[in-house]
Design a protein around this ligand. Structure first.
Ligand code: TYD
Ligand code: MG
Length: 468
């Protein structure tokens, strides 16, 4: 029999190292590598036993009859949008997010909604006692539903419980980090235990046709395995995000074998749970100060839905040798790029200015289409000129200073019009679209056009103090 070999596994990304190190080479995280025994259980490969002769399986052709994936819809529209129309029977969905963001709340609400439709829903809590779960359900107005509860962490016990009685339609495991199996030797929360537990749950889902929802905490420290280590095993990965101090939450698809990715669902956390936000633009533009310089409204797209958000910039003179560049909600490398293009192609000098950039409401933008909105906010702040209140901005900036067209221009304009924005600065070449839109369109072929348009506008109340 082979000698038992110890391995060192990164708890953040799951990379295996032959010896301990302070930093994981694979993902760059510090202090995440711990000693783990992978020989036992499913997470580390099959349990060692005498070799057996394999049985051949039947090979089939690619074109055959297969029906549409059967779904159970929660009728919570924001959740169904993200899952692609409801949870798929026999599939496993991972819901990741920071601790305290509202994963348990969301899933309890989903469980209650599904139970109301007559589904058999089992909620297995490994973190909270039954009393705590009941208390939350009461707060959410879900206490009268037929959701079945269990507080258990042992994988074998959970499987035995699930197999007992009628087949469940939906199973929620909260959370995967508390799962531990007799088959794996290592401590609960390690990569081996988490993978073993998740594998067993996925197998149960595939065998019985139950939809399985697995909750995973995103972890900063290395002693507990994060949801990343099981992303490849599940059918869909959703992340629940939000800034502390802001009450709204975004559920984002990262992977979906049964639907589109890049979808978002927007919720607002209130006293009695999560409320759906059908029109996120109104939320993100809610607290606008329309007279202030340095604010530009970006017409963005998240998945299939347009979202309007405010980009705020503060450009202030500095006495430091190296000016500060601070970004919240956007990519700092992209900010550097926009600043460089402004300097090189538009003659806007920012070398003696600190630059702060913030996306309002704690929202995060990942689209390059926000370049033009960021540039507009920067120029506006530098010049001390407030931008027109009824104007939106979008377009990608290339290093040559050109403004490049972006996808879904018409959808962006329609959303803007719906919310009372009559004007738009957008890439040149979107004109075809413009004919079908009533908005006042300013086409930009390059970034200098934008600078000229803003600097050439009449100062509203303040005196200009920077740009020349
Ligand atoms: P929770 O679902 O327990 O987070 P997670 O499972 O992701 O760790 O939610 C935690 C936070 O949500 C907690 O700080 C309290 C808040 N909350 C509300 O504001 N309103 C509510 O109705 C509920 C149930 C929770
Ligand atoms: Mg929880």
């Amino acid at each position: 029999m082979a000698k038992t070999k110890t391995q060192f596994i990164c708890q953040s990304c799951g990379a295996v190292h032959p010896r301990w190190a302070g930093r994981c080479d694979a993902c760059g995280a510090w202090n995440t590598i711990i000693e783990d025994n992978p020989t036992a259980g499913i997470g580390g490969g099959p349990v060692q036993r005498a070799p057996r002769k394999g049985n051949p399986v039947a090979l089939v052709a690619l074109d055959g009859e297969s029906e549409e994936a059967p779904r159970i819809s929660s009728r919570i529209a924001e959740l169904d949008r993200v899952t692609g129309g409801g949870f798929v029977r026999g599939s496993a969905v991972l819901v990741g997010g920071d601790p305290g963001i509202g994963k348990s709340t969301l899933l309890m609400q989903a469980a209650a909604a599904l139970a109301r439709q007559g589904n058999r829903v089992i909620y297995v809590s490994g973190e909270e006692a039954i009393a705590q779960v009941r208390l939350r359900a009461k707060r959410l107005g879900a206490a009268d539903t037929q959701v079945l509860l269990a507080a258990e962490t042992n994988v074998e016990d959970i499987l035995a419980t699930l197999s007992h009685g009628a087949r469940p339609d939906l199973v929620i495991i909260d959370s995967i980090q508390t799962l531990w199996s007799d088959l794996a030797d290592s401590a609960p929360g390690t990569v081996t235990q988490v993978r073993t537990g998740v594998q067993a749950m996925i197998r149960f889902a595939k065998q019985t046709g139950a939809a399985m929802v697995l909750v995973g905490h995103v972890t900063k420290e290395g002693q507990i395995a994060g949801p990343r280590v099981v992303e490849h095993m599940v059918d869909a990965v959703l992340y629940f995000e939000g800034e502390r101090g802001h009450h709204y939450r975004i559920l984002r698809t990262v992977k979906n074998r049964f639907g589109a990715t890049d979808e978002i669902g927007v919720f607002e956390m209130g006293d009695s749970g999560l409320r759906q936000v059908a029109n996120p633009s109104e939320l993100f533009l809610g607290e606008r100060n329309e007279k202030a310089p340095g604010a530009a409204v970006f017409a963005g797209i998240e998945g299939t839905r347009p979202v309007l958000v405010e980009v705020q910039a503060l450009v202030a003179p500095t006495s430091l040798g190296t000016p500060r560049r601070a970004v919240v909600g956007w990519d700092s490398a992209r900010l550097s790029m926009v600043l460089a293009v402004l300097e090189a192609h538009c003659g806007v000098r920012l070398g003696n200015h600190d630059v702060y950039l913030n996306i309002a409401g704690g929202y995060r933008i990942s689209e390059p289409a926000a370049d033009v909105a960021v540039a507009a906010a920067l120029i506006s702040s530098l010049a001390g000129l407030a931008l027109p209140v009824d104007c939106v901005y979008f377009g990608e900036i290339s290093l040559s200073g050109a403004v490049r067209p972006v996808a879904h221009a018409l959808q962006r304009l329609r959303e803007a019009e719906k919310l009372g924005f009559g004007r738009a600065f957008l890439p040149a070449g979107s004109a075809e679209i413009g004919k079908r839109s009533s908005a006042g369109l300013n086409e930009l072929s390059g970034l200098p056009d934008l600078v000229a348009a803003i600097a050439g506008s009449k100062p509203s109340s303040q005196e200009g103090h920077g740009a020349d």
